[in-house]
Design a protein. Structure first.
Length: 78
């Protein structure tokens, strides 16, 4: 089976997706500590669990996107 090497355009799309997902994840996590944690901790258990489940899934998606980039593809973008 042939292996496809990502093109610079594909790598750029992945980097854009990574940047976007990281910004979203950072925003979601900001609600779980500091002053915002008070509101987060006052949510019912089901909502808090679903929120954290979503955060964990986003982290997994970010990991998969990062792993899909080859070192050569990242170097092209630098």
């Amino acid at each position: 089976m042939a292996t496809l090497n990502p093109t610079p355009a594909d790598s750029m799309n992945v980097l854009d997706a990574l940047t976007t997902k990281c910004a979203h994840l950072e925003s979601l996590l900001c609600m779980t500590y500091g002053e915002a944690a008070q509101a987060f901790n006052s949510m019912n258990d089901e909502i808090r669990d679903n929120y954290l489940w979503h955060v964990a899934e986003m982290a997994g998606e970010i990991k998969e996107l990062a792993e899909s980039l080859s070192p050569a593809a990242v170097q092209v973008q630098a």
